[in-house]
Write a protein that binds this ligand. Structure first.
Ligand SMILES: Nc1ncnc2c1ncn2[C@@H]1O[C@H](COP(=O)(O)OP(=O)(O)O)[C@@H](O)[C@H]1O
Ligand SMILES: [Mg+2]
Length: 149
């Protein structure tokens, strides 16, 4: 079984170039292996949509931090940025298919990235949540339970 830490590294590798272009750092704090039955390519697709958004919506010199943590019950992946943030009234919509925020990047934005990420994570038994503050940054948290409840 491939640990989630491997899939995170696999997702981040091709995005380092665009982060470097903006002089942004992507810090990985992989505090455990995160053994969890999953499809590496699909999970990497789901993670990379979130990381791409973080790069797009964070300024030059910004910081993106990815943390993998594990408890006996669950594995948590946190993807945080110190970018422009998302307006509170938009937060409930960002996982909807074709929803593009006020800050969306034209003409690149289609609005399917996060809806696909959520689908992939839920198809693997996980859940995803977001917290954000304008001009402070955004944190996405993904939880996979290791036990069936
Ligand atoms: N890290 C982030 N910081 C600020 N806004 C974000 C971030 N991630 C997502 N968003 C907002 O959520 C919207 C939906 O994201 P997504 O589904 O990936 O669509 P797209 O990137 O094609 O616009 C974006 O248009 C943007 O407004
Ligand atoms: Mg996107």
């Amino acid at each position: 079984m491939i640990p989630l830490s491997e899939s995170i590294k696999y997702a981040v590798a091709p995005l380092k170039v665009s982060a470097n272009d903006k002089n942004q750092s992507i810090e990985l704090a992989l505090n455990s292996e995160g053994y969890y039955f999953h499809d590496k390519k699909w999970i990497a697709e789901g993670l990379s949509n979130i990381i791409k958004n973080a790069i797009e919506h964070t300024n030059i010199d910004g910081e993106i931090k990815i943390i993998l943590e594990e408890t006996p019950m669950s594995i948590s992946i946190t993807i945080g940025d110190n970018g422009e943030g998302i307006d509170e009234c938009e937060l409930k919509n960002i996982f909807k298919r074709f929803y593009k925020g006020k800050n969306s990047i034209n003409p690149k934005s289609i609005g399917i990235g996060l809806s696909l990420s959520k689908k992939i994570i839920e198809a693997h038994g996980g859940s995803i949540n977001v917290k954000s503050e304008l001009e402070k940054g955004t944190i996405f948290n993904i939880i996979f339970l290791k036990v069936i409840v």
